[in-house]
Ligand binder design. Structure first.
Ligand code: CMC
Length: 371
């Protein structure tokens, strides 16, 4: 039975229940734990356990979970081959290569077609471990270097940085990436997660649902905003150009990437956490890195004072990853390396209490034509 038409973009529509995450104006909560608490005291591995297994791990559980992740870091030769071949294609950007690689991972996962809770948890751990390796291998292939084996002495975040660059990161840099992964891990029914739930609700498989979610995350209105925000700052280039650029953007109604949010009206809880850490990295890196943060802060000040629009997490993320020397086209893949945990938690929640997601459209076309 049809009811009232939802607003454009389903704004404000409560699309279903979840026990995984609460995105509120006052706080962001993962399974009861507030994001500032997690960013200060948890690790990405602990948050992944919280989201996937369903509770905060004790020391033994965390050790075992971490060991499982480390044991699953290697990826099959077939997937390495796909990365090598795709990276040579002129139109394939890293998010597309990652999407294809994850789809191929499904072909070789022995439990691909098994949607039982036990198999899905094992697949979620495998995907979380292997996506970081795909990103690392992809960057080496793009840079024309040999691929680097995962290092079991490093954390998930530290190993991700190491595999991308070939250099062991400092504890501080590894922790900044770790916190960014914690912040990106989950955000209720955002576009990519909702995509994954729609796919899962047809009783399709986890790898397929994740592949669709990666495609949804790629867009610059969603996860692709961390790359787009940094590209915009590079286009602005100098502090003197901030004001004319912004004036022009306002006059032409150009959207500024990394600003605004569908749900948060008073600012994104995650943004200031990452901004503080990113600025600390910039100050260590030196004057040129600080200049980028100064430039970003000027953009932010004008947006807030003239438009009352605040940055979302993708704005400080773009700046932070940039001053750390991470290539811009890998920012959204790194988002995937984190959000994979939220997606998989939602796919499992959907499968455990499933009903097909199938709304109706508000048809506005003609109906009296003759063929
Ligand atoms: N730059 C300039 N104006 C903006 C922006 C922006 N980034 N965001 C919103 N506005 C204005 C918009 O022009 C509109 O003004 P008016 O009412 O005068 O026409 C008003 O604010 C409402 O905007 P909207 O586009 O209707 O809001 P929405 O809820 O449909 O869109 C959004 C939310 C995130 C898509 C949008 O803010 C946007 O395009 N931001 C830039 C892209 C971005 O940073 N995306 C990341 C989203 S959060 C994290 C994630 O998903 O990764």
């Amino acid at each position: 039975m049809a009811t009232a038409t939802a607003g454009a973009g389903l704004e404000g529509v409560v699309a279903g229940p979840t026990t995984i995450c609460n995105v509120g104006q006052g706080q962001l909560v993962y399974r009861g734990y507030e994001i500032h608490d997690l960013a200060e005291h948890a690790t990405f591995e602990g948050v992944a356990h919280l989201l996937l297994v369903g509770h905060k791990p004790d020391d033994e559980e965390l050790k075992a979970f971490d060991a499982q992740l480390k044991a699953e870091r290697e990826i099959p030769d077939l997937v390495i081959d796909v990365i090598r071949k795709s990276a040579k294609l002129p139109n394939a950007v890293p998010m597309d290569i990652l999407r294809t690689a994850v789809s191929v991972l499904g072909h070789v996962d022995p439990e691909c077609q098994d949607n039982s809770p036990e198999a899905e948890l094992r697949k979620a751990v495998r995907l979380t471990a292997k996506i970081a390796t795909i990103i690392g291998h992809m960057q080496n292939v793009i840079d024309g270097r040999e691929i680097i084996s995962p290092d079991p002495s490093l954390t998930h975040a530290g190993n991700l940085l190491y595999m991308m660059t070939g250099e062991k990161p400092t504890d501080q840099f590894a922790r900044v990436i770790d916190v960014s992964l914690i912040l990106y891990a989950e955000h209720d029914y955002n576009a990519s997660t909702f995509t994954s739930r729609v796919i899962a609700a047809t009783l399709s498989d986890m790898h397929g649902a994740v592949t669709g979610a990666i495609a949804a995350l790629k867009g610059p209105l969603h996860g692709g905003a961390n790359e787009a925000a940094m590209e915009m700052l590079q286009e602005i280039a100098t502090i003197d150009n901030v004001e004319p650029f912004m004036q022009n953007a306002f006059e032409t109604k150009r959207k500024l990437m990394g600003f605004g949010h569908r749900v948060y009206k008073n600012g994104d809880h995650r943004a200031s956490i990452l901004h503080t850490l990113g600025r600390q990295v910039a100050e260590q890196k030196g004057a040129e890195a600080v200049r980028w943060f100064d430039l970003g802060e000027k953009v932010q000040h004008i947006m807030e004072t003239q438009k009352n629009i605040k940055p979302n997490v993708d704005f400080p993320c773009g700046l932070t990853y940039f001053v750390m020397g991470i290539p811009v086209p890998q920012y959204t893949p790194i988002f995937v390396a984190s959000r994979i945990t939220g997606w998989c938690a939602h796919i499992m929640e959907q499968h455990q209490n499933n009903r097909l997601i199938r709304p109706v459209a508000d048809y506005q076309g003609p109906s009296d034509l003759k063929w």
